[in-house]
Design a protein. Structure first.
Lengths: 71, 245
């Protein structure tokens, strides 16, 4: 059962918690915090927030993985 | 067109992994048991696809649907991108369906082969599990890409192309593709899925992408550039550290 749960978690969320939490922060922060603050600015600049956020997220996840491999 | 390519590449990569396991079972045990196990896995995946697809398409409002698709694709894409950037940097073992082939063969060597005419349950179970686990990833990715407002046709076409190409290769060579650069292929799929995910999530959150659908291309270029450079930086850093040590 635990192997099934592990595989399901890995299937949906991957091998680390950093990425799913980061995606939740990115999408939740954009949709629930930034967009209600200023709809016009979000319409024009929201994609920059998402793209930069995704780049930062993948760089951080890779750095963390590279550090773990080194140890 | 981009969705056809994205679906085809993602499905092809997953099928290669499932194929390596089925081929290992067929080569080291009996083809009939390998095919029975694989067919059972395909049937279960088809049932899941019959539930997941209509559930996504029929019950979720269009705005929320875009967001759900985007988040699902971002989760898949970013994970593939992370793992394969680490592989490109030499910080993780290269992706290899050949390795899966060898591992499966080794696992089966420990089980005695039953007499002719009796079912080989160990072989069937391993082929079933391999097809089921990789097939479920295919179902989730294709269901997410198929749930676009433009309809499921492009994603299904891409998936069908991948099935034809990979099965054709399997029948032709009957062993894993040793020369295929799987890490590069998987990194490319990670870039594409993340780009689609970001695009759909942005649409779902009512943010405007300059260039509309073409945004997928420049988002993919940015992700590809950053991760390739990052992989080189890590590889150089490791080399420098090793030179000092």
């Amino acid at each position: 059962m635990s192997a099934f749960l592990y595989r399901t978690r890995k299937l949906l969320f991957g091998e680390t918690w950093l990425l799913p939490i980061g995606v939740a922060v990115l999408v939740g922060g954009g949709g629930l915090v930034l967009r209600p603050l200023d709809h016009g600015a979000w319409h024009d600049l929201g994609v920059v927030f998402l793209l930069v956020g995704a780049v930062v997220l993948v760089v951080a996840a890779v750095e963390r993985g590279a550090g773990a491999a080194k140890r | 067109m981009l969705i056809v390519v994205g679906a085809a590449l993602a499905v092809a990569v997953e099928l290669l992994e499932a194929l390596a396991i089925v081929l290992a079972v067929g080569v080291s045990r009996r083809w009939s048991d390998a095919l029975v196990g694989a067919a059972a896995g395909v049937v279960v995946c088809a049932v899941v696809a019959g539930v997941v697809g209509p559930l996504l398409l029929g019950n979720v409002p269009i705005g929320s649907l875009r967001l759900v698709i985007g988040v699902l694709l971002m989760l898949f894409g970013l994970e593939w991108l992370r793992k394969n950037t680490l592989r490109l940097a030499g910080r993780k073992a290269p992706a290899s369906s050949l390795a899966e082939f060898v591992e499966t063969q080794e696992a089966l060597e420990q089980e005695a082969l039953p007499p002719a005419g009796e079912p080989d349950w160990a072989a069937r179970a391993i082929a079933f599990k391999g097809v089921l686990l990789e097939g479920l990833e295919v179902v989730l990715i294709v269901a997410a890409l198929a749930a676009r407002p433009s309809g499921p046709a492009p994603a299904l076409l891409g998936a069908a192309l991948a099935v034809v190409v990979v099965l054709g290769l399997a029948v032709w060579i009957r062993r894993p593709l040793e020369q295929l650069h799987e890490t590069d292929l998987k990194w490319g799929v990670g870039v594409l899925l993340t780009a689609f995910g970001l695009f759909f999530a942005g649409e779902g959150l009512h943010a405007h992408w300059p260039g509309d659908d073409l945004a997928v291309v420049y988002v993919a270029v940015v992700l590809a550039f950053v991760t390739r450079v990052h992989a080189r930086v890590i590889a150089a850093r490791v080399q420098a550290a090793e030179a000092i040590a």
